[in-house]
Design a protein around this ligand. Structure first.
Ligand SMILES: CC(C)(COP(=O)(O)OP(=O)(O)OC[C@H]1O[C@@H](n2cnc3c(N)ncnc32)[C@H](O)[C@@H]1OP(=O)(O)O)[C@@H](O)C(=O)NCCC(=O)NCCS
Length: 268
């Protein structure tokens, strides 16, 4: 596992025809097919973040504004929707996964060839119906056993970590939500004292694909109002924070439509 990087929508270069020169032709074409401003801004933020994650792994500073360097990296999609990356038109063997939520995006870069998955969620209450409908019986009972609230260790956090880990795992499996979310079951593992990633805030998890028995190991972390989860095919060290990443723990969630902070979740 190479590393992860977070970026916020406020850093995006100005939009408009002259403001998206950092996108490849194929990315420009995809942007052109997105009609709604919210979808366009989310796509742009995912591309901006993924390109800078790849540049950081390659050890290349993006330079002022970052647009010229970002133009060298293309993040394209397979027919399934899963992303792949080209640098100067060539595949370098890196695997990426990208996600956005509330004006922030995260990209996970893996060494390849195995796929990786990452998901970002805002910690927010989930309804009883959501827990009953989308979580397995075991997951739901663990969530209900937690004290209510959005704080660390609370019910919202666990429900959101479980949901997020399912999305990360389903990205690794390349099916996304075409797979029933109850076909994958998330277990949070205890951190070994002094174990890998503990100091950096990562805690271990595992996602079991019930139909096949395949277990996808991963990690999760709480950063302020957000949780991040990762998943991969094999056991791996927690991802390292890449140079040029923003600090998600200080990130203020933004509703990109309209572009105003969420008053109810803003706590700093
Ligand atoms: C993968 C999925 C769970 C992510 O959903 P999300 O929470 O809305 O979005 P996130 O921001 O976390 O992730 C979006 C990224 O997931 C990735 N992704 C999409 N489909 C994927 C797949 N089958 N496998 C792995 N990654 C996938 C893409 O990189 C996408 O960003 P991009 O399109 O800019 O490249 C969801 O898009 C999905 O289920 N897709 C497959 C089914 C589908 O196409 N449904 C259509 C709508 S019902």
């Amino acid at each position: 596992m190479s590393g992860w990087l977070a970026r916020g929508c406020e850093e995006l270069p100005a939009s408009g025809p002259e403001g998206t020169g950092w996108l490849s032709t194929a990315e420009q074409e995809r942007l052109g097919r997105l009609r709604f401003p919210k979808r366009r801004s989310e796509f742009l933020l995912r591309r901006w973040t993924a390109k800078h994650a790849v540049l950081a792994v390659l050890g290349e500073a993006a330079g002022s504004g970052g647009a010229a360097a970002a133009a060298r990296v293309a993040v394209l999609n397979r027919a399934s929707g899963a992303p792949y990356v080209l640098v100067d038109g060539a595949p370098l063997g890196l695997e990426v996964s990208v996600t956005d939520r509330a004006g922030w995006a995260v990209c996970l870069v893996g060494d390849g060839p195995d796929p990786v998955g990452v998901d970002l969620e805002l910690v927010e209450p989930r309804s009883d119906a959501f827990v009953a409908d989308f979580l397995t019986t075991a997951e739901a009972s663990r969530v209900r056993a937690r004290p209510t609230g959005d704080g660390p260790g609370g019910r919202s956090e666990l429900a959101d970590v479980v949901w997020s880990a399912k999305e990360s795992a389903l990205k690794v499996l390349r099916t996304g939500l075409r797979t029933d979310t109850r076909a994958v079951e998330v277990t949070l593992r205890d951190s070994a004292p002094g174990g890998p990633g503990v100091a950096a805030g990562w805690r271990p998890l595992a996602v079991r694909h019930m139909p096949t028995g395949q277990v996808l190991p991963g990690w999760w972390r709480r950063d302020g109002d957000f949780v991040v989860t990762t998943a991969a095919v094999r056991p791996h060290d927690p991802p390292a924070l890449l140079p040029t990443s923003d600090d998600l723990a200080r990130a203020v969630p933004v509703d990109p439509w309209p572009a105003e902070p969420f008053a109810d979740v803003r706590r700093r």
